[in-house]
Ligand binder design. Structure first.
Ligand code: SAH
Length: 458
């Protein structure tokens, strides 16, 4: 290969990577090009080279693909939040289906996985109920809010994110104005100095004058100066339901610290999905796309195949969202979750929805389930898992194999760890029966997948 760094090349994009980069070949050398979409003919500049492949930057689209669309957001290029805004939504769905199939093949070793067409969104914008904006300073010293540029921690100032609720912009303006007015410093990662790190905003269902709004400032300190003034200013926004701050004094990339202090309201907002009402606290996990969440849980419920007689375990249950869906059609459901406030929310959610056949346990799934199995000879007809990106611990998978429920329903936000875990379970007594991707994250490369595994001998 005769290329070198900074060379300009012309390539046709023939494929897309899992991260959404266009893939093309220049005289046989494979290049990954961000913001280039399948079918494009582009000019690109080689930025970084490895032996068998390299990365290039898109310079100009010479011939636009039929799947190329104009991004809605002016900072869709530099911002690390979206990767697929230049790709038509229809094509995004095809990309996600292929991503799931590809991982199941490559990592899972399933030759022909039964992947259904992705369940798409009706309106692929403005769907997110949660946003976490880092706060920092511009080069000229102004306080700014925005999102991190891809793979970095430099903040791209974004007055508005098109995936989120319009109220975000208003909240950020109030917070930034308040910081400027009272000389409150944004956090600086390099020197671990300054106070305000992030602004977490969540919106819930409509009650009264609009969607409920939660604001939580993440601060590098234990005290928030001029908090009354902040609360007063935020309360002018319709729907403002709860205001709090979260203490994170660690030198870390993790956004939230452990402790939350409430400044206004009851500390939570609510969302209703398929007739079940859930309360959401700043620290609890809750799916970011409520419209698609209902569809996702419907699939999970259908795959669980409940008749009312089953004992079900829902591992990684968060605030008990899936648990309560299952409880309506099972004999008993046990949820396991590691975050204490989420378990409290889960119990409260069960109570508030009149559900009496669900119980919740605080702890790691890979410790709680083995303990119940070994000490109490606990059995299960159906086990549902919905782990974070890294997937399930082997100790948990081993216990599932030992318990041998009739069906396992695996809900996953990461096809790679999903494929790895399915391979493990299917090397045991399980068979991969159905795979349904659901689009919860339009414009991004994220894809949620629900899988049904069935025990071969039951
Ligand atoms: N099923 C829920 C939450 C899924 S997100 C829903 O649909 O809303 C994954 C959840 O797993 C998070 O709430 C996270 O706090 C929890 N978690 C992470 N590691 C865990 C572990 N080892 N054991 C139990 N729960 C864990």
């Amino acid at each position: 290969m005769n290329w070198k760094k900074n060379d300009l090349v012309e390539v046709t994009i023939e494929d897309m990577s899992e991260d959404g980069e266009g893939i093309g070949r220049a005289e046989g050398y494979t290049l990954f090009i961000k913001d280039a979409v399948i079918g494009d003919r582009v000019q690109a500049k080689i930025m970084k080279m490895k032996k068998t492949y390299g990365f290039a930057r898109l310079v100009e689209v010479l011939g636009a693909s039929e799947s190329r669309v104009k991004p809605l957001c002016p900072v869709s290029g530099p911002c690390g939040g979206c990767q697929l805004q230049s790709l038509s939504y229809e094509r995004q769905l095809a990309f996600k289906e292929e991503k799931v199939r590809g991982q199941l093949r490559r990592i899972g070793g399933f030759e022909n996985p039964p992947v259904e067409a992705v369940i798409g969104m009706e309106q692929p914008w403005g769907y997110r109920n949660k946003a976490q904006f880092p706060i920092g300073r511009s080069k000229d010293g102004r306080i700014i809010a925005g999102f991190y540029a891809g793979r970095t921690h430099s903040i791209i100032e974004t007055p508005r994110c098109f995936l989120g609720d319009p109220v975000n912009e208003k909240v950020l303006k109030i917070v930034v104005d308040w910081m400027e007015a009272y000389g409150i410093a944004p956090y600086e990662e390099s020197g671990h100095r300054g106070l305000v790190r992030h602004v977490l905003i969540r919106v819930g269902e409509e009650i009264g004058d609009g969607r409920q709004v939660m604001v939580c400032l993440v601060i590098n300190g234990k005290r928030l100066p001029h908090k009354e003034e902040l609360v007063q200013a935020l309360r002018t926004l319709p729907g403002m339901t709860t205001i709090s701050f979260n203490i994170n004094t660690e030198n870390t990339n993790v956004i939230l610290g452990r402790e939350v202090r409430h400044l206004y309201g009851d500390g939570y907002i609510t969302e209703t999905i398929a007739g079940l009402r859930y309360r959401i606290s700043p620290q609890s996990f809750f799916q970011v796309n409520p419209e698609q969440t209902g569809k996702l849980y419907d699939v999970a419920l259908a795959y669980a195949g409940l008749t009312g007689r089953e004992t079900v375990w829902d591992l990684y249950c968060g605030t008990g969202t899936i648990t309560l869906f299952l409880a309506r059609q099972a004999k008993w459901v046990r949820g396991v979750e590691v975050i204490p406030s989420a378990v409290e929310d889960a119990r409260e959610n069960a109570r508030a929805n009149g559900i009496t056949n669900a119980s919740f346990y605080l702890g790691r799934a890979e410790e709680v389930l083995p303990r119940f199995y070994e000490e109490e000879k606990e059995r299960a007809d159906v086990i549902v898992v919905d782990p974070p990106r890294k997937g399930c611990d082997t100790a948990l998978l081993d216990t599932i194999l030992a318990m041998g429920p009739e069906r396992v329903v695996y809900v996953s936000c990461n096809p790679a760890s999903l494929a790895r875990d399915l391979k493990y379970l299917c090397a045991g007594e399980y068979e991969l029966v159905r795979v349904q991707p659901v689009d919860m994250f339009a414009q991004t490369v994220g894809v949620e997948t629900v899988v049904m595994l069935s025990h071969k001998k039951r």
